[in-house]
Design a protein around this ligand. Structure first.
Ligand code: NAD
Ligand code: 89V
Length: 343
């Protein structure tokens, strides 16, 4: 099989995971990197042995010589870089949050559609081993038709030391973390008709909200709660686990702290360990996220080979991104938001 050549733009905190994962992915490798910060460019270039280094994305595209681009910058540059990829007809992966606004996100999807290039959002949480295990249990009809769910991420982990920008924006937990949890809710219980949200800021040292509680009405009639917090001190810190509760017509599923999957139905209760693998370059507690980075990047290559749509394509991610915007809108206005009308 021919190895696809990739270029990575944005050599910051999280890109290290993406670079490690590209080394492991079958069928692709990174041949060029770009960062406007020369120090980051040197650190990542030296660590991963990449000689083609650029301080400017336009110069990178002008030189070409790669089959796809992996955009790992923060959100401010996503629209510009995705549209640059589209202008150069280069398939693109873009980190979450996909865009600053839903209208930007729609324009980015449209630009890639017009250029006939695949676009995938690096929305990796649905690729975590425990989340995949819940999906598989539902697909195997373990609990019949789910009618209620809870998707919960509550923690006091210091995310600000690795990602200081998270404390500086007007928006924090829904845009950064809740976006993953909302995507999991969609992946497990389907698309959302309407949404009601409440937010709070507990940590006085940051600008945005660090607690959100969101009620979702799914199109299939199920109801779920997405609750996220970075202000929750617990006896055992669960970061970065998403805990899930699902009630169905024939039973229940509980994804519990410590990666236990408990399924109860007419046959009784089974408990399975669905822990993520600790990849050679990974470290606890991040290994759950790190394994999902590898999984989504392998999915990128596999679907390109098949010529098939990606699970978290740009078009798919519009439906997750709309939930983020709807949540902020609902919290600001104290009203339920019609999500379908936004798309
Ligand atoms: P970071 O600030 O550490 O790194 C971003 C890098 O991009 C910086 O080195 C910066 O110089 C560079 N950059 C920015 N604009 C550029 C441009 N126009 N051209 C070239 N280089 C540019 O940020 P980070 O913490 O690595 O986060 C990056 C993205 O990854 C964010 O969108 C964040 O939300 C996301 N993220 C995702 C996950 C996940 O699990 N999916 C986890 C953490 C962060
Ligand atoms: O996945 C993320 O986007 C990260 C973290 C899990 C730390 O919130 O910012």
């Amino acid at each position: 099989m021919t190895e696809l050549k990739g270029a990575l733009i944005g050599c910051g905190f999280f890109a290290i995971n993406q670079m490690h994962a590209w080394n492991d992915v079958r069928g692709a490798g990174i041949v060029a990197i770009c960062d406007r910060d020369p120090e980051r460019l040197k650190i990542v270039g030296d660590q991963f042995g990449i000689d083609r280094r650029y301080g400017d994305a336009e110069a990178l595209f002008a030189d070409g010589g790669f089959d796809f681009v992996d955009i790992a910058t923060t959100v401010q540059s996503h629209r510009f870089l995705v549209e640059l990829a589209a202008a150069n007809k280069v398939p693109a992966i873009c980190q979450k949050p996909f865009a600053k606004t839903l209208s930007d996100a729609k324009a980015m999807v449209e630009a890639c559609r017009n250029a006939s290039i695949p676009l995938m959002v690096h929305e990796n949480f649905r690729w975590q081993t425990p989340i995949q295990a819940v999906r598989k249990a539902l697909d195997a009809d373990a609990i019949g038709t789910p009618f209620w769910g809870r998707f919960s991420f509550r923690s006091a982990y210091d995310v600000f030391s690795g990602q200081p920008y998270l404390g500086e924006g007007e928006r924090f937990i829904i845009e950064d973390l809740g976006i993953h949890t909302l995507d999991i809710a969609r992946y497990i219980l389907g698309d959302v008709r309407s949404l009601t949200a409440r937010t709070k800021r507990v940590n006085p040292a940051i600008k945005g909200e660090d607690v959100a509680t969101i009620l979702l009405d799914h199109e299939n009639g199920a109801t779920s709660v997405v609750d996220v917090s970075y202000a929750t001190r617990l006896s055992r810190e669960p970061f970065p686990e998403t805990l899930i509760e699902l009630d169905g017509s024939e039973g229940t599923i509980r994804l519990t702290q410590g990666y236990g999957l408990e399924i109860t139905n007419a046959k009784g209760t089974t408990t399975t360990d669905v822990s993520p693998k600790l990849l050679s370059w990974a470290s606890r507690p991040w290994h759950n996220i790190q394994e999902s980075v590898y999984a989504i990047q392998q999915h990128w290559v596999d679907q390109l080979e098949r010529g098939a749509e990606h699970s978290t394509s740009g078009a798919d991610n519009l439906k997750t991104f709309a939930l983020v915007e709807a949540a902020y809108d609902s919290a600001a206005r104290g009203q339920t938001i019609d999500v379908g009308a936004m798309l």
